[in-house]
Design a binder for this molecule. Structure first.
Ligand code: DX5
Ligand code: ZN
Length: 233
């Protein structure tokens, strides 16, 4: 089989209206693939967001896998609380990890999918030796901390480089991108080999997020838009 890796959309609730968070999630639940949840500690990044308590309340109400993006120092302190809540994907930043292999082992041992995230200027070599063990690499396409920032195009070659390493070491690796992803940039990153598109403001600012996701997936999955072909997961 020589199918393409399926494109998945992960709406980021950072861009939702927090006064009606569950309503906003319901607007994307049917068509999205994952729910992206940014955990910020005010230290690793200059912003503060949610803790495990909020996710525990949402978990029973939302029919989507939780994709937790830990933008925190001391990530080892936070894996167990988010694993316990039932978050399906747990992603840690390589810049915050003193013992990345140990963290990844711990996430996997807890039965969760393990992801590693790279800030825009962190090279692909920082994850080369962990790629065989992880389910996902997340390439930040903005400086983490805030939504609605401008996409950093210098990250594009890094996405290709990660995909090349994955071809050799872990063909089923999912590559996520996060920050400034919209109709134009989604095409650029998919061409380089990304398949999970985290999208905050582009989705939640739309008057019809459901249609937007349907159309985007249709376009990006169509053969003409995909120059990057590989095995299906
Ligand atoms: C930024 C967060 C992103 C953010 C993306 O630090 O990790 O998930 O919500 O927002 P947009 O899509 O608006 O750039
Ligand atoms: Zn994120």
């Amino acid at each position: 089989m020589n199918n393409t890796l399926r494109i998945k959309i992960a709406p980021s609730i950072l861009a939702a209206d927090f006064s009606r968070l569950l309503d906003d999630i319901k607007r994307v639940e049917k068509e999205a693939d994952l729910l992206h949840i940014d955990i910020m500690d005010g230290h690793f990044v200059p912003n503060i967001t949610f803790g495990p308590g909020l996710l525990r309340s949402l978990k029973g109400e939302v029919n989507l896998p939780f994709d937790v993006h830990l933008m925190v120092d001391y990530p080892e302190r936070w894996i167990e609380p988010f694993a316990e809540v039932g978050c399906e994907f747990i992603t840690v930043h390589v810049e915050a990890a003193s013992h990345l292999d140990r963290l990844v082992n711990f996430i996997k041992k807890r039965g969760r999918k393990a992801g590693v995230a790279l800030n825009p200027t962190t090279p692909e070599s920082a994850v080369e030796y962990i790629i065989p063990k992880v389910d996902l690499v997340l390439a930040m396409t903005v400086n983490p901390g805030f939504g609605a920032q401008k996409f950093i195009p210098e990250v594009l070659p890094k996405i290709s480089a990660i995909r090349k390493i994955a071809e050799r070491k872990n063909p089923d690796l999912e590559i996520a991108v996060d920050g400034g992803i919209n109709e134009v940039t989604s095409r650029q990153v998919v061409e380089k080999g990304a398949n999970i598109l985290v999208m905050g403001s582009f989705i939640f600012n739309s008057s019809n997020p459901e249609d937007l996701i349907i159309n985007l997936k249709r376009k990006l999955n169509s053969k003409s838009e995909r120059s990057y072909e590989r095995r299906s997961k």
